[in-house]
Design a protein around this ligand. Structure first.
Ligand SMILES: Nc1ncnc2c1ncn2[C@@H]1O[C@H](COP(=O)(O)OP(=O)(O)OP(=O)(O)O)[C@@H](O)[C@H]1O
Ligand SMILES: [Mg+2]
Length: 396
C-alpha cells in the first residue's frame, strides 16, 4: 500500500489555493498551502512534500528563485509551475531550470489532476530508479566483498598446507633417526644421529617460534608494552650480537647512524626487523663482501636500510621473497637451511606500525632493503598519546 502523496500549493491568490484544495482533496492527497514563497519554503524545510504547485508571479520572491530554493531543500521534489498566459515563456524557462511541468491559469480540476498525477508518477519512477541503482551498487559491493573473502580463505588454506608441509620434513627426519637407533642400525654412528635429530628439533622449534611471532605481531603491537624506543639503539644492539658472525664469514659489518629517531613500539619488534635483515645480508653474502646497516630520517619518516654485496635476488623472485616459506634457488644453494619466515615477519612488523618495506637488488651484485617507520610525535615522551597509535592501522 503506497503512502498518500503530499502536495504543497504556494500561491498568493486565495482563489487558486482554494481551487487546488477542492480539486485534489477528494483524491486522498494530503494538501497544504502557503501564500508566500517564504512561507512555502519554511513548510518545505519542516515537512516533506512530494510535489509543489508554485505560482510564478508572486510578490517577494521570484518563482525562479523559489524553484532553486525548493530543489536545494530536496532535489527530488516535483515542482509544477502555475502561470498566467502572459508568463508562459517564463514558465518554459523554469522547466529548463528543473521544474517538471507548468499549468496555465485558468485551469479546470481535470487539468490540474492530470498534471499532478503525471508529476507524482514521474517522482515515483525517479525514486524507484534511484533505489534500484542503490541496490545494484550494494550488490556489486557484496560481490566484491565475497570475492575478497574467498581469496582470503584460499590464502589461508594454502598457508595451512604449506605450514603442514614444512613441519613434516624435520619431523620425518627425526623419526627416521630415532627409528634407526631403536632398531639397532646405528651402532657406530648413534651419537651422530642423536645430534642430527637434536639439530632438526632445534630447527623445528625455531620455525614454530617464527610462526607464533608472525601470528601475534598485530596484537602485540597494540599491547601496553609499547614504549618510546630508539631505532638506532635497537640497531646497535643487534649489530653487536651479529658482528662475530659476520667476521667469521670474512664480511665487514658497518653501522651508519645519521640521527637517532624514536618511535612508539615494542622494542622486540624493532630488534626482529634488524636481526632478520642483517642476518639475511650476512647469510647471502660471500666472504670478502660487506654489509652496511643505516638509520636516518627523511620526509618526516624514520628510514632504515640494510645493504649487502651478496648474491642478489632475481627480478622474478622479488615479489615472492616476502611470501611465507619462499626461498630463491640461489639462496637454497648458498644456505641449505632457512625457513623463509624472516622477511614475512619484517614486513608484518613494519606494516603493522604503518610503515613500508622495499627491496632493490641486482642478481650477483647485492641487495638493499629499505624500510620506513613513523616517528613518535613527541621525541622523548613515553606516553601513547604522544605518537601514532601503533597497531591502529588500516584493516584493523
Ligand atoms: N640480503 C639478501 N640477499 C639475497 N637474497 C635475499 C636476501 N634477503 C632475503 N633474500 C631472499 O629472500 C628469501 C626469504 O628470506 P627470509 O629471511 O624470509 O628467509 P630465509 O633467510 O631463507 O630463512 P630464515 O630467515 O627463516 O632462516 C631468502 O631465502 C632469499 O632467497
Ligand atoms: Mg632470513
Amino acid at each position: 500500500m503506497e503512502e498518500e502523496a503530499s502536495i504543497l500549493v504556494i500561491d498568493d491568490e486565495r482563489g487558486i489555493r482554494e481551487g487546488c484544495r477542492r480539486a485534489l482533496t477528494p483524491l486522498d492527497y494530503s494538501l497544504d498551502v502557503a501564500d508566500t514563497a517564504v512561507a512555502g519554503l519554511r513548510k518545505l524545510r519542516e515537512g516533506s512534500f512530494d510535489l509543489v504547485l508554485l505560482d510564478l508571479m508572486m510578490p517577494g520572491m521570484s518563482g525562479m528563485e523559489a524553484l532553486d530554493r525548493i530543489h536545494e531543500i530536496d532535489g527530488d521534489t516535483v515542482v509544477i509551475i502555475i502561470t498566467g498566459y502572459a508568463t508562459v515563456e517564463a514558465a518554459v524557462n523554469t522547466i529548463k531550470r528543473g521544474a517538471y511541468d507548468f499549468i496555465s491559469k485558468p485551469f479546470t480540476a481535470d487539468d490540474l489532476i492530470l498534471v499532478v498525477n503525471q508529476g507524482l508518477e514521474h517522482r515515483r519512477l525517479t525514486l524507484e530508479t534511484k533505489r534500484l541503482g542503490a541496490i545494484e551498487e550494494e550488490a556489486k559491493e557484496l560481490a566484491r566483498a565475497k570475492t575478497e573473502l574467498e581469496k582470503l580463505d584460499a590464502m589461508k588454506s594454502r598457508f595451512m598446507l604449506t605450514v603442514a608441509h614444512e613441519l613434516r620434513a624435520p619431523i620425518a627426519a627425526i623419526q627416521g633417526y630415532l627409528g634407526l637407533i631403536l632398531d639397532g642400525y646405528a651402532v657406530d654412528d648413534e651419537q651422530e644421529m642423536i645430534e642430527s635429530a637434536h639439530n632438526r628439533c632445534g630447527e623445528l622449534l625455531a620455525m614454530i617460534q617464527d610462526l607464533l611471532l608472525l601470528a601475534h605481531i598485530k596484537e602485540k603491537a597494540t599491547e601496553v608494552k609499547k614504549k618510546t624506543v630508539s631505532v638506532a639503539e635497537a640497531l646497535e644492539e643487534v649489530a653487536g650480537l651479529l658482528r662475530m658472525e659476520a667476521e667469521r664469514k670474512g664480511l665487514t659489518l658497518e653501522v651508519q647512524i645519521s640521527n637517532r629517531p624514536e618511535m612508539l613500539a615494542d622494542e622486540e619488534h624493532l630488534k626482529q626487523v634488524w636481526t632478520n635483515l642483517i642476518s639475511n645480508a650476512i647469510k647471502y653474502t660471500p666472504g670478502g663482501g660487506s654489509v652496511v646497516a643505516s638509520v636516518g630520517q627523511k620526509d618526516g619518516q624514520i628510514v632504515g636500510g640494510v645493504s649487502d654485496t651478496g648474491i642478489g635476488v632475481a627480478a622474478d623472485d622479488m615479489p615472492r621473497i616476502f611470501e611465507e616459506f619462499y626461498r630463491t634457488a640461489q639462496a637454497k644453494e648458498m644456505a641449505e637451511r632457512g625457513t623463509g619466515l624472516g622477511l614475512p615477519i619484517v614486513k608484518e612488523i613494519v606494516e603493522t606500525y604503518g610503515g613500508t618495506l622495499d627491496v632493490d637488488s641486482e642478481i650477483g651484485k647485492g641487495t638493499t632493503f629499505t624500510f620506513t617507520l613513523p616517528p613518535s610525535l613527541e621525541p622523548g615522551g613515553d606516553t601513547a598519546n604522544g605518537g601514532r597509535v601503533v597497531g591502529d592501522t588500516d584493516g584493523d
